[in-house]
Every structure is written in structure tokens, then in C-alpha cells.
Design a protein around this ligand. Structure first.
Ligand code: XMP
Length: 319
């Protein structure tokens, strides 16, 4: 049986040997995979690592702060935070088609990442959190089907023309192994156990055109569903839970007044591999609490629905 401690030690040794005196950059997304890669690289080469976090304004509530805290206060890495919020919003203006949204976000991410990486001297390597299932889904594995249902902009990673050699230390691992490795490397539980989050972020959960007021509503509602599942002690038992803001208004009544506000969907799934997924049978009390809190606390939502579709035929994300 193989042990993760051995894996970590061997990986750290091999990274050190390969990198030598050169510099490595690593993109941090807020998620588990990139955090584990950065932690591994930090253990291996410390000050020769530079991390880049592109804040696209599409992250979950407090997500960027959690990463910044971890990688500047806890691990003292050279962290570059790129504030790309306005640029991402600008490129998404007027765009409603999901694939086009993904395409634009992918391009903007590359632009932001590229220009920041050019400001760092002597970079030879790029470290990425590609996992084994990504390798299969992107069709890179000889036995894998090419996934063309959605453009996963971060699968296959940044383009080769950036000119860096790739370091992909998680290429042979599954998600649960990555999480265990993260704990082993000293990352906090709350970061390691975060539900996966798509590269295009809240943009694919804010259906239709993306704009900051909608994102704000979505971010707040999303934070509430997560708080409530944690309060119920069910976070770790679910694979993914999030809110989706619909571009649909419905009539409601608040006090004596008529409202005409947006509808919001709660999506929760359980899955082993994210290729198929079942909708989670969350307790009614938990759903009720989420709904009441969202309608009371989030301005602009007067109706909450629960998504009871499994994958297939529905996908996990709505766009
Ligand atoms: P779907 O919606 O295809 O999602 O059933 C399967 C899993 O992939 C995540 N997802 C993405 N992850 N970039 C990512 O890194 C993306 O563009 C992307 N789209 C979907 C989704 O959250 C779920 O975990």
C-alpha cells in the first residue's frame, strides 16, 4: 500500500531536483487543487516559488481572502494578487451564451496571468493542479473520452505559448488523495474540504448576462446555503452545494407590498467522480432554513427552488 507521506517526500525531492535554481510560478484559484500544488512547491523550493491569484470578481464570498491569508501569513510565499474584477465584468458585458462566457473568461484569465507572469523575473516552470480525472476528461489519457459538453478552461491549463515547462505533481491523484495530501502538507481543513468550484466561477451560476449587482446577490445567497449546511453538520457529506441565480422574476408579497424579484435555485449533489451525480436528499428543515434566510436576508430574491435533477441528463452546473 502506498502512503501519502512517501508520495509527498518523493514528489518534493523530485521537484527540487528538476527545478534546480530556477523559478516556478503557480496560479492559485482558491480551490483545493491549486492550493495543494502551491503548498507542495512551497515545501520543495520555498522562495523560488511565485504564486499568482487572479481575482476575477467571480469567486465565492471571502474566497480570495482565505487564500491570501494562507499563502502570505501562514506560508510566506511571494504572492501576486491581480485585481481583474473590472476587466472580467467588462468582457462579460452583454454576453449570455454559456460557452461564450466561458471562452471570454478563459481568455481574460490568460491575459491577466500572462502579464503578471511577465513581471516576474526568470520564470522557467509553471506548476498546475491537473488531477487524474482532468487528464481523462480532457481526452489526454489514451483511454479517456474527450469531454466536449462544456469548455473547462482550466483543464489542459494555460497555453503552451506562455513558454513555461509544466510541473503537474497531482497528475496521478484523485480528489480525495489530493485532500489528504493537503492536510499532510499543513493546509487547514476548511480550505482542503471546500467543495469544488468551477474555473469560470459565479459567472456560470449567474445565468444570462453577468453584472455586479447580480453577483452580489448570488454571493450572499451562496454564503447562506453553505453556512446552513455547515450548521446542519452535512457539508462533508455532500459533494457540491451552491446557489444559482435565475434571470427570471416572479411575483411575491412582502408585508403588504407586491414584489417582483428574482428566483434562486439551490443545487446540491452527491457524486464520486463528478461525471455522474445524484441530487442530494437534503432534510426539509435544512432547505427550509436556507430558503427563509435567503428571502429575508438577500435583497432581490423572493423565491427559492430546489434542483432535483441528477447528472445525467442534467449537468451539475446550470451553464
Ligand atoms: P458539470 O456541470 O459539467 O460539472 O456536471 C462537473 C464538475 O466540473 C465542475 N466544472 C468546472 N470546473 N472549470 C472547472 O474547473 C470549468 O469550467 C467547470 N465547469 C464545471 C463543476 O463545478 C462540477 O464539479
Amino acid at each position: 500500500t502506498w502512503k501519502l507521506t512517501d508520495f509527498a517526500d518523493e514528489m518534493i525531492a523530485s521537484i527540487r531536483e528538476r527545478v534546480g535554481d530556477d523559478r516556478v510560478i503557480c496560479g492559485l484559484s482558491g480551490g483545493v487543487d491549486s492550493s495543494v500544488v502551491a503548498a507542495l512547491l512551497y515545501k520543495a523550493i520555498g522562495p523560488q516559488l511565485s504564486c499568482i491569484l487572479v481575482d476575477n470578481g467571480l469567486l465565492r464570498k471571502n474566497e480570495a481572502d482565505i487564500v491570501v491569508e494562507q499563502f502570505t501569513n501562514h506560508f510566506k510565499t511571494d504572492l501576486h494578487v491581480v485585481d481583474g474584477k473590472d476587466r472580467f465584468l467588462e468582457t462579460l458585458k452583454g454576453i449570455t451564451e454559456p460557452q461564450e462566457k466561458r471562452r471570454r473568461i478563459g481568455h481574460m484569465f490568460i491575459d491577466c496571468f500572462k502579464s503578471e507572469s511577465e513581471s516576474i523575473d526568470g520564470v522557467k516552470f509553471l506548476a498546475q493542479g491537473t488531477l487524474y480525472p482532468d487528464v481523462i476528461e480532457s481526452g489526454a489519457a489514451p483511454d479517456g473520452p474527450a469531454a466536449t459538453i462544456k469548455l473547462h478552461h482550466n483543464v489542459g491549463g494555460l497555453p503552451e505559448e506562455l513558454g513555461f515547462e509544466l510541473i503537474e505533481p497531482l497528475r496521478d491523484l484523485f480528489k480525495d488523495e489530493v485532500r489528504r495530501l493537503g492536510i499532510e502538507l499543513g493546509l487547514p481543513e476548511h480550505l482542503v474540504w471546500r467543495h469544488p468550484f468551477p474555473g469560470p466561477g459565479l459567472a456560470v451560476r449567474c445565468l444570462g448576462e453577468v453584472a455586479e449587482p447580480k453577483l452580489k446577490v448570488l454571493r450572499e445567497a451562496d454564503a447562506i446555503v453553505i453556512e446552513e449546511i455547515m450548521a446542519a453538520g452535512l457539508y462533508r457529506e455532500t459533494s457540491q452545494l451552491f446557489a444559482v441565480l435565475l434571470p427570471v422574476q416572479s411575483v411575491g408579497v412582502m408585508g403588504d407590498a407586491r414584489t417582483y424579484d428574482n428566483a434562486l435555485v439551490i443545487r446540491c449533489v452527491n457524486t464520486d467522480d463528478f461525471m455522474t451525480a445524484d441530487w442530494t436528499h437534503l432534510p426539509y428543515e435544512v432547505l427550509g432554513k436556507m430558503s427563509t434566510r435567503i428571502i429575508n436576508e438577500v435583497n432581490g430574491i423572493n423565491r427559492v427552488c430546489y434542483d432535483i435533477s441528477s447528472k445525467p441528463p442534467a449537468t451539475i452546473e446550470w451553464e
